[in-house]
Ligand binder design. Structure first.
Ligand code: 3PG
Length: 212
């Protein structure tokens, strides 16, 4: 498996971040590192995403920072130029996935159906995102679709929080879970980085307890 994906597995929970202002990138990265989840999927939903990835990758080179909500190959280029080490997308766009593969950039596209998972396998991926995890059937659905695809691992994201993440992490076909609960936009906007660090710590401790 790709080294970045191995790091996802080790960290266990990938914080999904929406940053409206790049000035929040550095304190947020510090809170995530101090809390024990040195990783961020910075979503390309805001103007500040690209600059935030640049700041995090420069100031926290030890951190695994990547881009989420990547919908086009042009966004792949911008994200990677800013320092993104991985690409995540909400859906399965074969053009974006193939582009990342050709450029040797780790990519985890969103899937929900067996057909999308088979397309991912066909392109050589061994990990897919399962999105939006809870509304799409949660762990029960993942276990059902995982059965025929014996080599595929999943990164469920969407509706996961401290109350339900444990059962996902206990299943050995889950590589890592994505979630925004410890980095909610209102906490970031209010500058509550101590609170973010504490919630991150709770999440990191849970990973350690479940996975050892
Ligand atoms: C997203 O794309 O915003 C992620 O799926 C995060 O989902 P969550 O806010 O439910 O954790």
């Amino acid at each position: 498996m790709n080294a970045v994906l191995e790091q996802f597995e080790k960290i266990g929970i990938v914080p999904v971040v929406v940053l409206d202002d790049a000035k929040d990138a550095e304190p947020l990265a510090q809170a995530l590192c101090k809390g024990g989840l040195p990783c961020a999927e910075v979503t390309f939903r805001t103007e500040a995403a690209e600059e935030s990835i640049r700041i995090i990758s420069e100031k926290y080179p030890e951190m695994l920072v990547g881009a989420g909500t990547v919908l086009t190959t042009e966004q792949v280029d911008r994200a990677v130029a800013a320092g993104a080490k991985f690409i995540v997308s909400p859906g399965f766009n074969p053009k974006v996935v193939q582009y990342c593969i050709d450029k040797n950039i780790p990519v985890t596209p969103g899937t929900q159906t067996p057909s999308e998972m088979e397309q991912a396998l066909e392109l050589g991926l061994d990990v897919v995102k399962f999105f939006p995890a809870e509304p799409a059937g949660g762990l029960k659905m993942i276990k059902a679709v995982a059965a025929p695809y014996t080599k595929l691992k999943f990164m469920p994201t969407g509706g996961i929080n401290l109350n339900n993440v444990e059962e996902y992490l206990q299943y050995d076909r889950i590589l890592a879970c994505g979630g925004s609960w410890m980095v909610k936009g209102d906490l970031v906007a209010a500058g509550k980085f101590d609170e973010i660090e504490k919630m991150t710590k709770d999440a990191a401790e849970l990973v350690k307890r479940v996975r050892g």
